[in-house]
Ligand binder design. Structure first.
Ligand code: ADP
Ligand code: ZN
Ligand code: MG
Length: 482
């Protein structure tokens, strides 16, 4: 590959604290009617004073520790000044000069194996409000409306070094980050609700000439798919420019979902445009080592550690262990099942295929389902006793998942018990042979593949309920012409 891709991300994570960053309004405003979760502080009324949420600081420290960052015992808030109708104060409270954490990393499954993506800094800031523009699908307004509910909702911003080498790695990074913030319970990580969004910076190096393109920033990407798509689009656009002997503008672009392209929004603003200065209304945040140690103790086993333990404890392949530990709830469910049923590898297969398929199709989390370890205990027992084949087990699984009924009950109700009646199977094979003398002859002439035809015949006749081993054995015996 002549062109090398260089990507760095700036990610906003909404903290799931009870209150907003600097007032006592609720922080979870997603489903609330416009302008019903606001107060003089978050709407910037003259004289109103911000008071930082202790929970917010704790969550930020927790996230920073989980991302292997150094916690700065001294940090401070600053004002980032700009005008926009969704920012009533005319500035955003952020941390610019002294962020709460610096210098961490997150390990991901890179394109060439495991790799560390360095994290430059993690800081706390508040969100801005929301504008609903003309023609908005909800309001159909011919003007712009302002909803200030989101003003002052606490965020952490995570800035990576430009260590990401492909659009795919960018998506993988985002997925891993979401997994971690969920594990530690500081954010829903819900991209659809804007609780996790990223600005992606990309440039391209021509490895033949050593020349590096300008850097483009794609703003406000709010789905894993779009992270990858938008960056692929930009990579191609930049490479095309380089091939023409040109370069792209250094600018900020937005991803347009309808055309699947990026469009120019504005030239890149400079840091000095914001006139950052220390927030005079909030004292510095001074933490103690002891405080940090205490927060550290609240951090649960994280996905990487858990995956290693699953390999060690349950003898799983690393791939299985990673899939199962991607969500804490799924990992917990798996372990409950192993405790109740044993057979870790078999359970892993069922969860990675059947369970994950049902969850993805219905867009559910494991905790939102009726599935319990007892369902697997029952299912395995049916298979062990030869009452159902693995095929029937898979066939009934969606119903088990959907209704929470025990597999044995479904098998009983639908009369799905496996047919192990040798007489009956023999009868059907004989019928098949009588109807298809040519096939029988072919078999006897040495075309052993024809066996599949007879097995298929019996399976059709019995609606898949015949015990496949028995069918094979009996068909072979009769065809060999005993
Ligand atoms: P700015 O001052 O423009 O905000 P920063 O140095 O703060 O730039 O970096 C912002 C983001 O851009 C970081 O995530 C960083 O990793 C990324 N970045 C920096 N240089 C490059 C580059 N050459 N190509 C792609 N991303 C980059
Ligand atoms: Zn408020
Ligand atoms: Mg920057």
């Amino acid at each position: 590959m002549r062109y090398r891709c260089v990507i760095g991300l700036e990610i906003h994570v909404q903290l799931s604290t009870k209150t907003k960053a600097f007032c006592s309004c609720p922080a979870d405003v997603f489903d609330l009617p416009p302008n019903t979760a606001i107060c003089p502080v978050c709407t910037g009324q003259p004289g109103a004073l911000p008071v930082p949420s202790e929970e917010m600081i704790r969550y930020a420290v927790k996230a920073a520790l989980a991302l292997n960052c150094r916690i700065n015992l001294y940090s401070r808030f600053d004002r980032k000044n700009y005008f926009y109708p969704d920012l009533p104060k005319g500035y955003q409270i952020s941390q610019y000069f002294y962020p709460i954490a610096t210098g961490g990393y997150l390990e991901i499954d890179g394109d060439e194996g495991r790799k560390k993506v360095r994290i430059r800094r993690l800081h706390i800031e508040e969100d801005a409000g929301k504008l609903m523009h003309e023609g908005d699908s909800i309001t159909k307004a011919t003007y712009t409306l302002v909803d200030m509910n989101r003003c002052g909702v606490p965020l952490i911003e995570i800035v990576t070094e430009p260590d990401i080498s492909s659009p795919r790695e960018a998506r993988v990074f985002m997925e891993k980050l979401r997994s971690i913030v969920r594990y530690i319970g500081v954010s829903s990580g819900d991209m659809e609700k804007g609780a996790l969004r990223c600005d992606a910076n990309i440039s391209v190096v021509d490895t033949q000439t050593g020349r590096q393109s300008n850097r483009v920033e794609v703003k406000n990407i709010n789905s894993f798919k779009f992270v990858e798509r938008a960056l692929e689009y930009e990579f191609n656009r930049i490479v095309e420019a380089l091939e023409r002997g040109e370069d792209v503008e250094r600018e900020t672009r937005g991803w347009d979902m309808s055309t699947k392209t990026t469009v120019s929004m504005r030239g890149k603003e400079e840091e000095s445009d914001y006139r950052y200065f220390p927030e005079p209304d909030i004292p510095p945040i001074v933490l103690t080592e002891e405080y940090v140690e205490n927060v550290k103790k609240e951090i649960p086993e994280l996905p990487d550690e858990k995956a290693l333990r699953f390999v060690r404890e349950y003898g799983l392949p690393e791939y299985d262990a990673r899939v199962l530990t991607a969500s804490r709830e799924l990992a917990d469910f798996y372990e409950e099942c192993v405790r109740a049923v044993g057979r870790p590898k078999e359970l892993s297969n069922w969860i990675m295929t059947e369970v994950l398929r049902e969850l993805n199709e219905r867009n559910l989390e494991i905790t939102q389902t009726k599935l319990t370890p007892q369902h697997f205990a029952d299912l395995f027992k049916l298979m062990d006793e030869g009452k159902i084949s693995i095929k029937i087990a898979k066939d009934i699984f969606p119903e088990v998942f959907e209704t929470g009924k025990m597999p044995s009950q479904i098998v009983r109700e639908k009369g799905l018990e496996q047919i192990s009646d040798e007489k009956l199977i023999e009868e059907i094979v004989r019928k098949a042979m009588a109807e298809n003398p040519d096939a029988v002859q072919q078999y006897r002439d040495g075309k052993k593949k024809v066996m599949g035809f007879f097995v298929g015949y019996v399976m059709r006749e019995t609606k898949g309920k015949a015990n496949p081993e028995l069918v094979n054995k009996i068909a072979q015996k009769l065809l060999e012409g005993d």
